[in-house]
Design a protein around this ligand. Structure first.
Ligand code: ADP
Ligand code: MG
Length: 710
């Protein structure tokens, strides 16, 4: 077989055929190559063979012996349909009965005199006089084969056996046979695209050997390593996958480096105007990060920078300074936020910060398009008006057709995790290679950042503004409810404000969740002297805006809400966050919600009210109580949910990982990334490595068009 044949349909491998090929297709296996890389998800050790005399009940064992009898029996004459195929096997130390229910075809397979291997759970028989094994996996050893040790040639027994995810109509045994046959016939066609110096440097296992071994491990393999995916063979395959991924990212990045961007040379006029007005000094981290950004903006390479900073770390000011830098140079800047509430809030904030600087600022959200609020927006003329503004703030309405900019120089995307790679690209097309700054408050563990943002540069604001004391977080249950009321009383007495967050707007018959509407009514009754107000996603944006402004001005004491306030809302006088049904929320969400308090110098509190829930839910709440550090929370979240869920891989536009696991293989990822980037640095189009180039194209598919032209 040649390496081209690896892409031929798996159907043509001996013993597969069209019917099985259809079943394999359901597993995502179309080609021979797909099959080779379809890895077991776990392994069973069936290699040590027990003497029948030494069997213990309830143990899972492998037994080998000679067939003495093979018969179909009907144990109960009144139930003639129940047929059992019964095999009696002897290994010289004792007798073992194997039974299969309603599988009379086995009569054609087993014959007295055969040597067989059986694998399964052993029980005492009905009479307690001997052992039996029900529905064991089996293998008939070839009579012509005089091999004394069955592990040398067993596929299903007598060895460490692979277990695959299968599909209806395809048994483990059939699938395993298929894999065995594919590997025997095709593994030698694989040519290793990895540069040999990298193999040597990192002591990588041989590729063909790795593929054979992850499917049918050699007898010396460690079962633990195999099951954990940390065998040298798994690690080799993980390395290849991560290396290919990172090569793609390196190529994208290199492509951008080759593109020509805007060279900004801001004079600081507006930025200084802003800084002079601020009631605080920038933190060192803010200064440092802004310097990174400025350097990018001044260079001719388009900026693609990710700005991470925990909730409350002060990203908005840094974004605003960057936008002012663009405006100083006669360009427009756009800020895109994930929700209307957040866009509106940014608009109000930014408007009030820069109103003396004589800038033209627009708000553009789905509902503001036809209704730019008078008083808030100046000189709004049409719905398609990015045109004459200096700064445009909006939701994804910004990227809709019909919105155009005169001279878009900088795009800031807030809370990036809600935008996909594609949306980012569309917005960028609205300018000519504008600089892009992506802000996220979801602290991304390093391994994830290297993967999902591997094409970006990144800066971290790793310091909170001074005088913030950590939020005190408590886990309450229904019986502690009265304590919540006293906390609300205490905080509001001190002149502070509180949020009470509910999982749903209204009660419904489907769930028995407490709702925001009922909650607000209840709280108003308990606190008649206070102003309790409601905000949720079904209200009109103009109403929400009104409520938010009233809350910000201190006219509302308790704001009852749904997760519409999850991101970005900034009211430093709010010191108490109560989350009802906290067990219903994800960790990132809880962290975001909690981030709504602790934004001023006053001690703040977060109460998580739990009504039970799963074990994972309990784990999440414990993490919240234990730490306020967003990075630790993100790590734990990743641990609990796994990377796909954590990140919403589907919307990220990233290829799926089949072998590598970002948690387990963090170290491998770092090495693979380093090697990939240095290789692209040396040979950006990989002209010296056609095989590698091919494997990147296979892995990334159409996502990497640019690479082909580069
Ligand atoms: P986030 O990073 O969550 O978007 P914000 O930018 O909303 O945080 O800032 C949170 C709060 O901290 C705001 O009230 C902001 O005015 C304030 N803030 C930002 N930078 C500083 C600073 N250097 N010193 C004091 N307060 C600051
Ligand atoms: Mg923010």
């Amino acid at each position: 077989m040649s390496s081209n044949d690896l892409l031929s349909p798996v159907q043509y491998v001996k013993g597969i055929g069209p019917r099985r090929a259809r079943l394999l297709d359901r597993l995502g296996i179309k080609t021979v190559r797909d099959a080779l890389f379809y890895l077991p998800y776990r392994y069973e050790d069936r290699s040590s063979i027990k003497k029948i005399a030494h069997l213990r009940p309830e143990e899972i064992n492998t037994v080998t012996g000679k067939v003495l009898k093979a018969d179909v029996i009907i144990p109960n004459p009144r139930r003639p349909k129940l047929k059992i195929f019964e095999l009696t096997v002897s290994d010289g130390s004792g007798l073992l009965r194997a039974k299969w229910f309603n599988q009379t075809y086995l009569k054609k397979i087993f014959k007295p005199g055969q040597e067989v291997v059986l694998y399964g759970s052993v029980k005492y028989n009905y009479w307690g006089t001997g052992f039996e094994i029900i529905n064991p996996e089996y293998e008939i050893l070839d009579e012509n084969d005089n091999e004394p040790n069955p592990s040398a040639h067993g596929i299903h027994t007598g060895r460490i056996v692979p277990i695959y995810r299968s599909t209806e109509g395809l048994s483990q045994k059939q699938l395993r046979n298929i894999m065995y046959s594919v590997i025997n016939s095709s593994v030698s066609a694989i040519s290793d695209p990895m540069p040999s110096d990298i193999i040597k440097e990192h002591n990588l296992a041989d590729l063909q050997e790795s593929i054979s071994n992850v499917h049918f491990p050699s007898p010396t393999s460690s079962l633990d390593d195999l099951n954990r995916g940390t065998s040298p063979f798994h690690q080799r395959l993980a390395f290849d996958e991560l290396f290919t991924l990172q090569l793609g990212l390196a190529a994208i990045k290199k492509g951008e480096v080759l593109e020509k961007g805007i060279v900004f040379s801001p004079d600081g006029r507006l930025i200084n105007g802003l800084l002079n007005k601020l009631p605080f000094k920038l933190t060192d981290a803010q200064e440092r990060v802004f310097k990174d950004i400025l350097k990018d903006m001044q260079s001719s390479v388009p900026m693609n920078r990710l700005l991470q900073g925990d909730v409350g770390s002060g990203k908005t000011i840094v974004a605003l300074m960057s936008m002012l830098a663009a405006v100083e140079c006669g360009y427009q800047a756009a800020l895109m936020a994930p929700t209307e509430i957040l866009a509106e809030q940014h608009y109000i904030n930014i408007h009030s910060l820069v109103k003396d600087l004589g800038l033209n600022i627009h708000l553009l959200t789905g509902s503001s398009k036809n209704r730019l609020r008078s008083g808030l927006s100046q000189s709004s003329n049409s719905s398609s008006s990015g045109m004459d503004a200096d700064i445009v703030i909006g939701t994804h309405a910004l990227i809709q057709e019909g919105v155009s900019f005169k001279k878009l120089g900088l795009i800031v995307i807030d809370e990036q995790h809600r935008f996909g790679v594609m949306q980012r690209a569309i917005l960028r097309k609205k300018g000519t290679n504008p600089d892009t700054l992506i802000m996220t408050a979801t602290p991304i563990p390093r391994t994830l950042a290297l993967t999902f943002y591997g094409d970006l540069d990144y800066s971290v604001i790793d310091e909170l503004p001074p005088n913030r004391s950590p939020i005190i977080t408590k886990l309450f249950f229904e019986k502690n409810k009265n304590q919540i009321y006293s906390l609300l009383e205490e905080e509001t007495k001190k002149g502070r404000q509180a949020y009470v967050v509910y999982p749903v707007i209204e009660e419904s018959e489907k769930t028995d969740l407490k709702s925001a509407i009922t909650g607000a009514e209840g709280l108003q009754k308990i606190f008649p002297h206070l102003k309790v107000n409601l905000i949720h996603g079904r209200m009109k944006p103009i109403e929400r805006e009104e409520v938010m402004r009233e809350f910000k001005n201190g006219n509302i004491h308790i704001l009852v809400s749904t997760t519409v306030i999850e991101v970005g809302v900034d009211v430093p006088n709010a010191t108490l966050m109560v989350i009802i049904h906290a067990e219903r929320f994800g960790l990132a969400q809880l962290h975001q919600l909690r981030g709504r308090v602790g934004r001023g110098s006053n001690q703040s509190y977060c109460i998580l009210l739990s009504y039970g829930g799963s074990e994972d839910a309990r784990k999440r709440l414990d993490v919240m109580v234990k730490t306020t550090d967003g990075f630790r929370i993100a790590e734990e979240d990743l641990n609990i949910r796994g990377p796909g869920e954590f990140f919403g891989t589907r919307q990220s536009g990233m290829p799926d990982l089949k072998v590598a696991n970002l948690l387990r293989d963090a170290k491998i990822l770092e090495i693979a990334r380093k090697e990939a980037f240095s290789l692209i640095e040396r040979d950006s189009a990989l002209t010296g490595y056609p095989h590698l180039r091919k494997s990147i194209e296979d892995f990334w598919g159409r996502r990497l068009e640019m690479f082909k032209t580069g």
